[in-house]
Write a protein that binds this ligand. Structure first.
Ligand code: SF4
Length: 228
């Protein structure tokens, strides 16, 4: 079989990809006790605790993954603007919920607004390797938890989670209604995290945390999985 020699172009592109997409975006993962992310509503609390205490960064291999996810969000936003009109789709909104001792902040994905600027609909975009589980099981629970602070912050009673399959851009979306009990549960979980970070120590490894989260967790060395 003929041996393929790397072309100069391969190196040019690889170098560009590494330079452009091989680094984290500044401040993306910065953590401060008392300020938590909307996505923490649905994460393993012990993992978030370690993010604060140990500050370990995502592996460099994961940065391109985030950049590609952002590009898919751009494609969805472009498509929504094409459908609704450029002026009616806002790129994102910042939300901030104050709960006394702590706050939850977040940056939404595209939002549909009315002609007077009123917020009408939130889209949360998730890129995925495969839609198989989402087709079988519906929206992932940690995504449903994550959109609750967004809905609360924007005053919406529903939103749409849009899954996009990376290899062919196949789309599957679900409408999710605001559920007071889920929101209260998420808030209480963050309170447990906050108490842990202000002297209580690591929260328990929870049954809430799915197996895949442990499999990909950067703290698996520090955490006796399923311990406590
Ligand atoms: S290994 Fe699992 S239980 Fe432990 S911190 Fe990571 S995600 Fe949580």
């Amino acid at each position: 079989m003929r041996k393929l020699e790397p072309k100069p172009f391969d190196e040019i592109l690889s170098n560009y990809f590494n330079e452009k997409f091989g680094q984290k975006e500044e401040s993306f993962w910065d953590r401060e006790v008392g300020t938590y992310h909307a996505s923490d509503f649905g994460k393993c609390l012990r993992k978030v605790y370690y993010e604060h205490e140990l500050g370990k960064r995502e592996s460099e291999n994961s940065y391109p993954h985030f950049h590609l996810g952002n590009k898919i969000e751009d494609v969805v936003e472009y498509s929504l603007k094409n459908h609704y009109g450029r002026d009616l789709i806002k790129n994102s909104y910042r939300i901030e919920l104050n709960f006394g001792d702590f706050r939850v902040v977040g940056q939404t994905d595209p939002v549909l607004v009315g002609v007077n600027g009123e917020i009408k609909k939130l889209f949360e975009v998730k890129s995925t390797k495969s839609l198989k589980f989402r087709e079988e099981d519906g929206p992932a629970e940690h995504h449903v938890m994550q959109v609750h602070p967004y809905m609360a912050g924007l005053g919406l009673d529903s939103c749409t989670i849009v899954y996009v399959q990376k290899n062919d851009l196949k789309v599957l979306s679900y409408d999710v209604c605001f559920d007071k009990e889920k929101f209260a549960r998420g808030k209480n979980r963050i309170l447990v995290l906050h108490k842990g970070l202000t002297g209580g120590g690591p929260p328990k490894a929870e049954p809430f945390c799915p197996d895949w989260e442990c499999d990909y967790c950067k703290y698996s060395n520090e955490c006796p999985k399923g311990g406590d």
